[in-house]
Design a protein around this ligand. Sequence first.
Ligand SMILES: Nc1ncnc2c1ncn2[C@@H]1O[C@H](COP(=O)(O)OP(=O)(O)O)[C@@H](O)[C@H]1O
Ligand SMILES: [Mg+2]
Length: 493
Amino acid sequence: MYKLVGTISGEVGLHEFDFNVTGEVRRNEYVKVWNEADGWILGRVVSIVEAEKKTATAEIVGYKDERGFLMQPKNTFSRDVKVFKADQTFIMDTLGLKSGGINLGMLEGRDIPVHLRKEELIQKHCSILAKTGSGKSYTAGVLIEELLEKNVPLLIIDPHGEYITLKYENRSEEERKQMAKFGIAPKGYASKVVVYTPANFSINPAADKLFRIDGINLSVNELYDLFPLSDAQLGVLYQSINEIKAEKEFYTIEDIIKKVSESKSSAKWRIVHFLERIRETGILSDSPTRIEELVKVGEASIIDMKGADPKLQQLIVYRICKEVFEGRKMGKIPPFMLVIEEAHNFCPERGFEKAVSSNILRTIASEGRKFGLGLLVISQRPARVDKNVISQCNTQIILRVTNPNDIKALSRGLEFMSSEMEEEIKRIPQGVALLSSPSIEMPILVDVRVRRSEHGGRAVEVEGVAKKEPKKEELAVREKEGGKSMFAKLLFE
Ligand SMILES: Nc1ncnc2c1ncn2[C@@H]1O[C@H](COP(=O)(O)OP(=O)(O)O)[C@@H](O)[C@H]1O
Ligand SMILES: [Mg+2]
C-alpha cells in the first residue's frame, strides 16, 4: 500500500529535508512523511542529486488541520524517518484539488485529475502566459471546450483566426490515443460556435456572420475614440455634427464627411481623411451586430480578425468591450467569459504601445467580476501586458517562458513566483503548465489535457477545415459587399 522511496538523512530544516533515495522518484513528485505531532505531511521533490548515493531534496508542502487549513509542521523531522510516495487522496486533500468542474488535465507525472471551479474562472479572471509555441492557445481551447460544455457564453477575440477549428473534432491520431486517459472523446462544437468577420465574406469565407458597428448618428465622442484630433479639428467636427443634427434625425458617416468638407477651416482635411478611412473599412453599418447576439447562453462567438489592421483590431475590441460591459451592467446579456488572445496588443503595458482598448480592458479587469464578466487573457509577452490587468487574474496558467524580461515581469506581478519556479518555467515541456488558482493551496504543474476539438494553431492547416460551403444568404451578402468594400486594401497595405 505505501510505496517506500527513501529515508531522511543529511539536511533537515523546517521547510525542506533531504533523503536517501531507495525507490523510484522524479523531480516534482509528491512524497509523504509521518510526523508524531502532526500526522502525515506532504512534500514535493525539488531536486535529485546522483553521486555515490542518490539523494533528493523535498520541499515541505504541509498538512491539513481539522479546520481544513494548510499547516506547516512545528518540528523538524528526525533522521531515518521513512519517505513514501504520496497517494492520490492525500495529495488531493492536501493541495485542495477537487474532482468535477473544468477539466484542465492531470497533475504532471500522476493520474490525478486537475479540475478548476467554473465560478472561479468567470468571477476571478484567468491569464495564460508563455512564449510562442508552448501551448497557450491550445490550453485556452481546452478551457473554452469546458466552458462550452457548461453552457457558459463566450466571446473570443481571435486575431489570427485560430479558434474557428473549435467547430471540428480533433483529427490528430496521436492526441486521440490520449483521450481515454483524460476521460474525454473527440467532439466538434459546430452547433455552438459562431464566427464573425469584421471584413466580409470574400476576405473571410469561413465566417458565419458579419461583425458591424453602428454607423448611425455617430457622436463627436465616438469619433474622437476612433482617431486622435487636435483642438482645431475637434472644433470643426463639433460644428459640423451640430449642423447636421439640426437638419436631420438620422445621419451617416457620409453626411459627416460631406458637412466637414464644406467647412472653411483647413483643419478639415485630416478629419475627412480619417472619416473616409473608417468608411472604407466597411465596418460601419445601419444594421450593427447586437451584443445580445454576440453573448448567448451555450454559444461561443468568435471575432475572427485575421488580416485586419492592428489599429482597426484595437478599435473593434474597444467597441465590443465597451458595449458588453455596459450591457452586462444593465443585465441585457448573461454572465460570460471574454477571451482576449494577444492581450499585449489590446492592453499594452505603459511605456510600450498605446491602444484605444486599454482603458476599457483595465476597467473590465478590475470591475468585471462584480457584473459576472470574466476575462481570459492570453499573451506571449507577459512583460508587455498591462500589469493592472494581469494582477487582477486570480487563476494563472504559465507555460514555458524563457525571455528574462518576461520572467522578471512574472515574478514582479505574481506573488507565488519563487526563484525555484523561475527555473522551473524555463524548462517545462510543451503542454505542461504551472497553475496557480485560489482554491489550490500552492502552484502545481499540470499536464494539460488533449483537445476534444481541432486545434487551429497547428503549422499545417487540416484539409477542408477552414473551407466550407457558403450558405445562400451569405452568397447574397457577398455579392453585395464583396467587390465594393475597401477593407482588404486598407487592411493589407
Ligand atoms: N496540452 C497539449 N497536448 C498536446 N499537444 C499540445 C498541448 N499544448 C500544446 N500542444 C502542441 O503544441 C503546439 C503549439 O501550441 P499553441 O497553443 O499553438 O502555442 P502558442 O503558445 O503559440 O499559442 C500545438 O500545435 C500542439 O501540437
Ligand atoms: Mg497561440
